[in-house]
Ligand binder design. Structure first.
Ligand code: GLC
Length: 538
C-alpha cells in the first residue's frame, strides 16, 4: 500500500445532482449542469466529487430508489452525458465517485416487477424478502420491524404476501443471501469501473444482510446503534455477513488499475464496530457520523476526534470527517442551536429557528477544524458558501418520504436539498436558465451566491479555498496530532501547524507564530474570539 493513494487525504465534494445545476431548464439539476460547473470544484481545490444517484428511478426517495443500475435517468441526462462528465473531470484532475444503492431496489426495478407477477413461492420472489403475514388470515405484518422513514417495514401485496422495506414502500430490500443478487452487483461495479469511475459510495452499507429468520425486534427503527445500545445488535443492521460482500467487492476493485475506492455509509457505533468496515481487505473508508453528531463543546469534539482516530488505528485505515450531507440539517444551521439540541427531524415553519449568525460563525470554525484533521474530508455542495438549511419550506412542497411516512410528524430532509445559489440577482440564483427550481429557494440567498463571494476577502468561499490550499501545502491530511490541554479549547499540533478552536465565552491568547488562517476576525489584541478556529505556524 503506498502513501500516495489519493483517497487517504482527499477532500471529496458531494454533488447532489438534482440541486447542483440545471442545464436543460426543467428545474431539476442534471449531469450537463454539473459538467458546466466543474471549474467551481477546481477553484475550491477539492480532489474528487461524489455524485448522489442519477440512475433511472421513479424518484420516490430522490433517486435512492434505483430502477436500473446501469443507466442514467432521462431527467438527469444520458450515459453519453455521464461519459462527458467523467472526461471533463479527468481533464481537471478531479476523481469521480458514484453512489451505489445495494440494500434495496426501486419497486420499478424489473426484478421486483417480476416478483410481483410471479407470485408466492417463485424464484423471482426469492430475490427480495417476501413472507406470509401473521394473524388468522395473514393480515398482520410478519414481524414488527419499523421503517427508518416511519411506519411498518412491511407492505402487503394483492396476493396476500408481505415484502420487507427498511425504507420507503417503494424501496423493497434485496435478499443478499442469494448468489444471483451478489452477482448482479458485481456486474454493476464493473459497469461503472469500466466507464472510468474512481470509486463508490455504498448506501446503507450496514444493512444488506439480515439476521437469518428475521427475528422480532420491537425497538424503534433508527439507523444507528447508539452508544449505550452497543450490546444489542439489531437483526437488520451491522450483521457479520455484510463483510463478506465488501471483501468480494474489494477484490473486484483491486483487479482494476488506479486506486479505485469504496466509502461506506454505515450508521454504526461505537468506532470499533465501524472499523470493521475498513479492515485491509474491505472498504477504504467509512463515513464518520459520530463526528458529525458530536455536540459543539470542546470536550465532545476532542472525544469524537480521538475516539475516531483510535477506532481505525488497529485496522490501519484512515479516518473520514464530515459535517453536512443530504440527510442532515446543514451544519451552518445545526450549530446555530445550543450544543446537544437535536435537529434530527429537520426544521420547518413553526419550529424554533437557529441563530443564523452564530451558526455560520461556528460552521466556519468547525470546517477549519475538520480540514485540519488527518484523513479524508467530505464537503456537501453549498457549505462552501456558508449555505444554511431552508428552515421555512412550505410543508406542501415537501418531497422527503419521511414527511409522508411519519404522517407529517417528522419534517425530513428537504431543507438541506434546496438547489444551491450561484449568481446573485437572477432567477433561481443561476441554478437553472429559466428560474425553475424543484424546491423553492428562499428570497434572501443573494449573499450566498458563489459569484458574490468569489475573490471577496473574508467570504466563506474564500475561507474554504484558503483552508483547502493550506491543508494540502502543510500535509495536514497525512499528519498526526499532538494534543495540548486548555479549558474550552480544542488545541493540537498537526505537523508544522497548531490548530486551536475556542469553544469558550471569552477570547484566548494565541501561541506565538505566524497566523496562517482564522475562521473569523481576531480580537483587537490579537486573541482568538469564541467559536473561532485559528491555524498558526508552530
Ligand atoms: C441513505 C441515503 C438516504 C436514503 C437512504 C435510503 O441513508 O443517504 O438519502 O434515503 O439511504 O436509500
Amino acid at each position: 500500500m503506498s502513501q500516495l493513494e489519493w483517497w487517504r487525504d482527499a477532500v471529496i465534494y458531494q454533488v447532489y445532482p438534482r440541486s447542483f445545476a440545471d442545464a436543460d431548464g426543467n428545474g431539476l439539476g442534471d449531469l450537463r449542469g454539473i459538467t458546466s460547473r466543474l471549474d467551481h470544484l477546481v477553484e475550491l481545490g477539492v480532489d474528487a466529487l461524489w455524485l448522489s444517484p442519477f440512475y433511472p428511478s421513479p424518484q420516490h426517495d430522490a433517486g435512492y430508489d434505483v430502477a436500473d443500475y446501469r443507466d442514467v435517468d432521462p431527467r438527469f441526462g444520458t450515459l453519453a452525458d455521464f461519459d462527458d462528465l467523467v472526461a471533463a473531470a479527468k481533464d481537471r484532475d478531479l476523481r469521480v465517485v458514484v453512489d451505489l444503492v445495494p440494500n434495496h431496489t426501486s419497486w420499478d426495478h424489473e426484478w421486483f416487477q417480476e416478483a410481483l407477477a410471479a407470485g408466492p413461492g417463485s424464484a423471482a420472489r426469492e430475490r427480495y424478502h417476501f413472507r406470509k403475514g401473521l394473524g388468522v388470515d395473514g393480515e398482520l405484518p410478519p414481524n414488527s420491524w419499523q421503517s427508518v422513514f416511519g411506519g411498518p417495514a412491511w407492505t402487503r401485496v394483492p396476493d396476500g404476501e408481505w415484502y420487507l422495506h427498511l425504507f420507503d414502500t417503494s424501496q423493497p430490500d434485496l435478499n443478499w443471501d442469494l448468489p444471483e443478487v451478489r452477482k448482479m452487483f458485481e456486474d454493476v461495479l464493473r459497469f461503472w469501473l469500466d466507464r472510468g469511475v474512481d470509486g463508490f459510495r455504498v448506501d446503507v452499507a450496514h444493512g444488506l444482510v439480515k439476521e437469518s429468520g428475521l427475528p422480532e425486534w420491537t425497538e424503534a427503527q433508527v439507523p444507528i446503534t447508539s452508544p449505550g445500545a452497543e450490546h444489542r445488535i439489531p437483526p437488520m443492521w451491522d450483521q457479520d455477513g455484510v463483510h463478506d460482500v465488501y471483501r468480494q467487492w474489494r477484490q473486484v476493485l483491486d483487479s482494476y488499475d488506479g486506486d479505485r475506492m469504496m466509502v461506506g455509509e454505515a450508521w454504526v457505533a461505537p468506532a470499533e464496530r465501524l472499523a470493521r468496515y475498513v479492515r485491509p481487505d474491505e472498504m477504504h473508508q467509512a463515513f464518520n457520523f459520530n463526528y458529525l453528531m458530536a455536540p459543539w463543546t470542546a470536550q465532545d469534539q476532542r472525544i469524537a476526534i480521538e475516539t475516531s482516530l483510535a477506532g481505525v488505528e488497529p485496522v490501519g485505515a484512515i479516518c473520514t470527517w464530515v459535517l453536512s450531507n443530504h440527510d442532515v440539517v446543514r451544519h451552518a444551521s445545526r450549530l446555530g442551536f445550543p450544543p446537544g439540541y437535536s435537529t434530527q427531524g429537520g426544521i420547518g415553519i413553526g419550529d424554533p429557528p437557529p441563530d443564523e449568525a452564530l451558526g455560520l460563525r461556528r460552521a466556519r470554525a468547525a470546517t477549519m477544524l475538520m480540514l485540519s484533521l488527518p484523513g479524508s474530508a467530505y464537503l456537501y455542495q453549498g457549505e462552501e458558501v456558508g449555505l444554511p438549511e431552508h428552515t421555512t419550506l412550505p410543508d406542501e412542497v415537501r418531497q422527503d418520504p419521511t414527511w409522508f411516512r411519519s404522517k407529517h410528524e417528522v419534517r425530513g430532509r428537504d431543507g438541506c436539498r434546496v438547489p444551491i445559489p450561484w449568481e446573485p440577482g437572477v432567477a433561481a440564483y443561476g441554478f437553472s436558465p429559466n428560474g425553475q427550481s424543484w424546491l423553492p429557494q428562499p428570497g434572501d440567498w443573494d449573499r450566498f451566491a458563489a459569484d458574490r463571494q468569489r475573490g471577496v476577502p473574508g467570504s466563506t468561499l474564500t475561507l474554504y479555498i484558503e483552508a483547502i490550499r493550506l491543508r494540502r501545502k502543510h500535509g495536514l491530511g497525512g499528519g498526526t496530532l499532538t494534543w495540548f490541554d486548555g479549558d474550552d479549547l480544542v488545541d493540537f499540533r498537526n505537523g508544522g501547524v497548531r490548530v486551536i478552536t475556542n469553544f469558550g465565552a471569552v477570547p484566548v491568547p494565541l501561541p506565538p507564530g505566524e497566523v496562517l488562517l482564522v475562521s473569523g476576525d481576531l480580537a483587537a489584541d490579537g486573541s482568538l474570539p469564541p467559536d473561532t478556529t485559528a491555524w498558526v505556524r508552530a
